[in-house]
Design a protein around this ligand. Structure first.
Ligand code: DLL
Length: 450
């Protein structure tokens, strides 16, 4: 089988019939990656002025990139480069060859436009098929796809792959928790795809309505698009009696399907025959060895419309050392617990929302709904964590709430290394989102302005 032409000829049938690239012998995988890297560097150099200029600045031509080790000699590309070139700056093909456009979420600054050729859609669908198959999704499943359909890549990314597998797809998109529950029950949903925070909203609504999600036919949850923690996984699995899988991706690279867990749940396999991962020290830009946490940098190996060479994702993770017990030769990354720009500083100590989430959810009596509010007074940064607690807690003695608050404050101090105020709030009082949750509300500049 010619692996280099694999994505172009993909059909669900050939995927099922052929050997999965997840299990290529490592030497063959490296060979394939090297060939594809050379092609990608040549394409980027020939078609994208920014890459030609950046390579010239470091005195390189495509022929200098011969092995995977040479990748480290290439300059990085950042989200700012994409924004500066908005809308078509990094396109490597004319619009006539582009069959779809998506966009990155654009939560900070201008959004980024992402083009796909027909072959790129083939690569994406293939990556997503392989990921869903690893999650155990098959032709007999009913896949309720509660990722948003539209410019966001979640909806269509899952959609075409689940269809290609032969599953029954319910393209419900995000939002309307009650309708999601009706559909789950009436359509016999077995696989639910959404952001973890939206799923928790659905679980809450089900409880209000007296529907026990554990008694529906749900089997598998496909959760990603935002950071979530191990304690959050436990809460989700318990609420619906499902196996919850972590799926990672970003529009600039392809969308969901860049990496995903296997049933071992010890890291996410990167589809590295298409997306090559490196971990760098965010400050120095130097590559870090396996096992060390840093910023994930990705290089696309088979994309045509917008090849990406050493894209700095801003996401913090590490490459897991050693092989996975599942037998796949694809390397794994740890769950992405935060982005490097999620960091906030309280009295000189660096804190990430994920540290707070893990501490909060490890304590009984809390609900998995919280928000961190940052303010500034007299040039001092203050952080307050607001967390919902169970209705039983509120109906109980006041002393119980005080005990809980003390316990949470202690746990957070241990986890974050600094004291952070904790405010307990009643259930259903914090804002909910239908897509990605907004965990940090930053009021610091507002405070300064007023
Ligand atoms: O969120 C693609 C996606 C859709 C992934 C559905 C998974 C499921 P963007 O909107 O471009 O694309 O946002 C990408 O979201 O750089 C991470 O910071 C974050 N992110 C995505 N998946 C995960 C995850 C989609 N599993 C940005 N864990 C990325 C943590 C994630 N963060």
């Amino acid at each position: 089988m010619d692996h280099t032409s694999w994505p172009l000829s993909l059909t669900a049938q050939s995927f099922r019939a052929g050997p999965s690239p997840d299990f290529l012998p490592p030497a063959e995988l490296r060979q394939l990656q090297t060939e594809r890297l050379r092609q990608t560097v040549q394409l980027a150099y020939d078609k994208v002025p920014l890459y030609r200029q950046r390579l010239a600045e470091v005195g390189l031509v495509p022929a200098d990139v011969r092995t995977l080790d040479d990748l480290a000699r290439l300059p990085f590309v950042t989200k700012d480069d994409l924004r500066d070139g908005y809308p078509l700056g990094l396109f490597a093909v004319p619009m006539g060859e582009v069959v779809r456009l998506h966009a990155s979420s654009g939560t900070t600054g201008r959004q980024v436009l992402v083009p796909y050729t027909r072959a790129d859609l083939g690569v994406w669908t293939e990556a997503m098929i392989r990921t869903l198959v690893r999650f155990g999704v098959g032709p007999h499943d009913v896949v309720q796809n509660a990722y948003g359909y539209g410019l966001f890549t979640g909806g269509l990314g899952v959609h075409y792959a689940a269809e290609a597998i032969g599953a029954t797809v319910v393209p419900i998109s995000g939002g309307n928790a009650e309708r999601q529950i009706d559909v789950m029950r009436d359509f016999g949903t077995t696989v639910l795809c959404s952001t973890p925070s939206f799923f928790l909203q659905v679980a809450d609504r089900a409880q209000e309505l007296g529907v026990d999600l554990r008694r529906l036919g749900l089997r598998v949850g496909v959760f990603g698009a935002e950071p979530w923690s191990e304690p959050m996984r436990s809460r989700i699995q318990q609420a619906a009696d499902i196996e919850a899988f972590d799926i990672y991706g970003l529009a600039e690279i392809v969308g969901p399907g860049v990496a995903g867990e296997c049933p071992v749940h010890q890291g996410l396999h990167v589809l590295e025959d298409h997306f090559f991962p490196e971990i760098i020290d965010p400050a120095s830009g130097c590559p870090l060895p396996d096992g060390e946490e840093g910023e994930l940098v990705l290089t696309t190996l088979s994309k045509q419309a917008m090849p990406m060479l050493r894209y700095r994702t801003g996401d913090v993770t590490a490459i897991c050392p050693g092989p996975c017990p599942c037998g796949s030769s694809l390397r794994r990354i740890l769950r992405v617990s935060h982005r490097s720009d999620d960091l906030f500083i309280v009295r000189g100590v660096n804190v990430y929302p994920s540290q707070i989430e893990s501490a909060l959810l490890a304590v009984k009596g809390t609900l998995p709904h919280y928000q961190i509010v940052l303010t500034e007074q007299d040039d001092q940064e203050r952080a307050e964590v607001r967390v919902e607690v169970t209705p039983e807690m509120f109906s109980d003695r006041i002393g119980v709430l005080e005990e809980l608050q003390e316990k949470l404050t202690r746990r957070i101090r241990q986890a974050a290394g600094v004291g952070i105020d904790v405010r307990l709030v009643e259930p259903r009082t914090l804002a909910r989102s239908e897509g990605k949750a907004r965990r940090v509300v930053d009021q610091r500049h507002k405070d300064k302005a007023s």
